[in-house]
Design a protein around this ligand. Sequence first.
Ligand code: PA5
Length: 490
Amino acid sequence: MERIRFDFNNMLSANVGKRHGVAKDDLEKAFAGAEKAFGHFQRLIADVHNRTSLNLEWVRLPFKSRVMIDQVQRLGDEIASRYENVISLGIGGSYLGIKAAQDALCSPYHNEFASLRGKRPRIYFEGNNLDPDTIGALLGELDPKKTFVIVISKSGETTETKSAFAVTKSWLKKGVGKRFGRHVFAITDLRAGALRREVSEEHAKDPLGFYSLPLAKGVGGRYSELNIGLIHLAVMGVSVRHLLGGAQAMAARCVSKDLFENPALMYAVLNNILYRKKGKTIAVLMPFSETLKSTAEWYSQLLAESLGKKYHRRILRTADGSEFWLRDRSRIANVGRTPVPSRGTSDLHSIHQNNVEGENNKTVTFIKVKKFRRDIKVPAGNGFLSGVSYSKLLSLAGEATEWSLSSESRPNCAITMPEISPYYWGGLIYFFEMATAFEGELLNVNAFDQPGVEGYKHYMYYKLRKPGVSRALHKEIQKHPLAKDKKFVL
Ligand code: PA5
């Protein structure tokens, strides 16, 4: 079977020069650090206690039992057979992976054309913003009797999801009556949070209300597509078994300590060298495929929340090898490459100008696809384009982009998927998750928390008078209010 390939020729000094590329001696110097980072991560994930307490259980998500996979697939088929529409509510890690999977693995224009979606429902994403226009328009148009709602929130407390679910629930209640809970699937923590409480209350009233799947313990939102995303895939008729199979195949490649055998480790090491030694602080991800655009958006969150950290990690280790990670407040890090999701060829007519001639502070990663699901040719009579297939044009555009960047000493690399299928997409996202985890090790930050996201949430909770907001937080916000001087507002 063909494999996903990682081509890093254009990250090396041989192709982009020593000043901007990774030279042999850069790589040799990085070997020891890479080995240490890899060894540490392998020890961690070999231990179930560390996996769950440090949010590393995602590494095991591809290895689900056949029975469980069949159950999910059957449940998905059942939901699909009963509803015309699905609304998926969630934000961040409870949204981006699902949207990426939808775009990559279901037909383009899925919602628009019945012939393309087969017997599967239309899908709408809400709760990933607080824009009243979109949710208002959607609920104004859909028929609640024909609609199923999947609500996903690990914490069960996120304002965006909570508000969207509250609005959707009252719309369902009005439209279908007291059995509205049978139109709902809730994915949330097994015990904690407001959503879990709602599930328990609803079950008490109607045992058939609120289908629910407990989230696997020890998996952070952005690493959870192979967990929270499965029911969505099953409803859409995508093979969960193939998706997990692809992730398993990638997992097998990521256990090698040989950099030249482990694509995720090599990706992390090269990007780390380019970031720390060559000033490449911006990470552009440019799939040459329209349907992988939202995969680039998913990766943006993965990279930004995992590596963008204020403090380094301080590791405390007990005699039995259990680890506890603290934010080492004595060592400010302020690290992390800045992700820029992009897409070829659209963005060749937009940010590519800056990538080629602007500040040389970026690495560009392409995702290329060898074989598309369909292909079309430009008809005869169109000059030099006559008879040329779209896939040929796209692949040539990719090659041309590599050339234009490399000839201006701009490091770039390519990940090639043999095709966009559940198997290879599963492998692709596992590759990025592993690479990000390795980069976290190399930067010595906790790649599995997101404390920076809390600030805005706390401020909103304070302003909305949410019960339980600490006095310390009240004091801090009062001490540093948002200062606005009218003379600086034109
Ligand atoms: O990666 C993460 O953990 C976050 O992006 C969360 O997914 C996001 O904040 C949504 O959280 P929740 O699923 O608890 O609603």
